[in-house]
Design a binder for this molecule. Structure first.
Ligand code: PLP
Length: 358
């Protein structure tokens, strides 16, 4: 079986975990701080705050920007549910804007029409490892005095005209096992703003400033040193992992036939968290079954846009976003992780080309 995702754990990670276990400092120890500093450096920002997951990083970032009941946050419906749920956790309301069919990311040209007096933030998602149109989004945010929170949970090391994801607005990352690097579970909030960094730190640790002095309601969202130890070793390998993914993607770009391969606008560095093709003519599910029969894993991210999810329907979302809905019918993500062999890549290409030529 060629799997769709595979975390790559080496001796370095194993040794680092055992060192933490032997040290007795399992949480609030030196590894978390070291991981935060290394992660901030990777993004090119001043501060990073390590969290227990990408979801808690999103939640923390929204609260740090004082987003809550009565506020609206503009985001994409074509993403993992955590993006929009994190807005709901704060009491605010996600407002969905359709996607650009070429990039699968929020269509920046439609954002301004969705702005109301209640809009507080724009939350673009850098889906599949390709950054949203940050030039246009930062420009709109500036003109309307809005906060930008990047959901970079799939975009560690991705770039927009040489600038890293998580360094435009307040960044949020996930370190779940399927992401380009992992700490088993974990997340990160990134920022250049010392106030947002301090607020994030307090929110993710029971609203605590000075030891046992709590000046706001906070959560227990921090990362352990065991997870940080894994993350530190994974971060050292990020460039190598991303380069391997890009090389696999290039092979697919050059050899796949009958499907629409990923579009990368000029000046963007795609880090291929997913290599996602469009399968035309309603053949997506049949292709997926065919690949499964040939022991090739694939994924549909995502089969239902968020505004069509049962829970959001219950909340009263009743809108049509045609490009997100069409993408949900057509997308198929193929294995692109660094552990694939040349033979694996050829197997995938040959299966797809055979099926699509029928
Ligand atoms: C993975 C992911 C999240 C959530 O991260 P967790 O670590 O699983 O909580 C949020 N948004 C997007 C786009 C993701 O891919």
């Amino acid at each position: 079986m060629i799997s769709i995702a595979k975390p790559l754990m080496g001796e370095e990670e194993k040794r680092a975990v055992l060192e933490v276990l032997d040290s007795g400092m399992l949480a609030h120890g030196p590894r978390v701080k070291a991981f935060e500093e290394a992660f901030a450096a990777m993004c090119g920002v001043k501060y990073a705050v390590a969290t227990s997951s990408g979801t808690t990083a999103l939640h923390t970032a929204l609260l740090a920007h004082d987003i809550g009941t009565g506020d609206e946050v503009i985001t994409t419906p074509f993403t993992f549910i955590a993006t929009a749920n994190s807005v709901l956790f704060t009491g605010a309301r996600p407002v969905f804007v359709d996607i650009d069919p070429r990039t699968f990311n929020i269509d920046a040209t439609q954002i301004e029409a969705a702005i109301t007096p209640h809009t507080k933030a724009i939350m673009p998602v850098h889906l599949f490892g390709l950054m949203a149109d940050m030039g246009a989004i930062m420009d709109i945010a500036q003109r309307h005095n809005l906060v930008v929170i990047e959901d970079a949970c799939q975009a560690h090391g991705a770039e927009y005209h040489g600038q890293k994801s998580g360094s435009f607005g307040t960044g949020t990352f996930s370190l779940y096992p399927t992401k380009n690097i992992t700490s088993a579970e974990g997340g990160m909030v990134t920022t250049n703003d010392p106030e947002i960094a301090q607020l994030s730190r307090e929110i993710h640790h029971h609203g605590m400033g000075k030891q046992y002095h709590h000046h706001r309601l906070g959560f227990n969202f921090h990362m352990t040193d065991v997870h940080a130890a894994i993350g530190i070793e994974q971060l050292k390998k990020l460039e190598r992992f991303n380069a391997a993914r890009a090389a696999n993607a290039k092979f697919y770009d050059e050899h796949l036939q009958g499907v629409v391969t990923p579009f990368v606008p000029d000046g963007y560095r795609h880090i291929y968290h997913q290599y996602t093709v469009r399968v035309p003519d309603g053949k997506r599910d049949a292709l997926r079954d065919y690949l499964k029969e040939h022991e090739i894993g694939s994924g549909v991210y995502y089969p239902l846009p968020i505004h069509k999810q049962p829970y959001y329907q219950e909340l009263g979302y009743d809108l049509t976003l045609p490009e997100a809905e069409r993408a949900a019918q057509e997308v198929l993500s193929l294995p692109v992780h660094p552990a694939l062999s040349q033979e694996d890549l050829e197997t995938v290409v040959s299966a797809i080309n055979t099926f699509m030529a029928r």
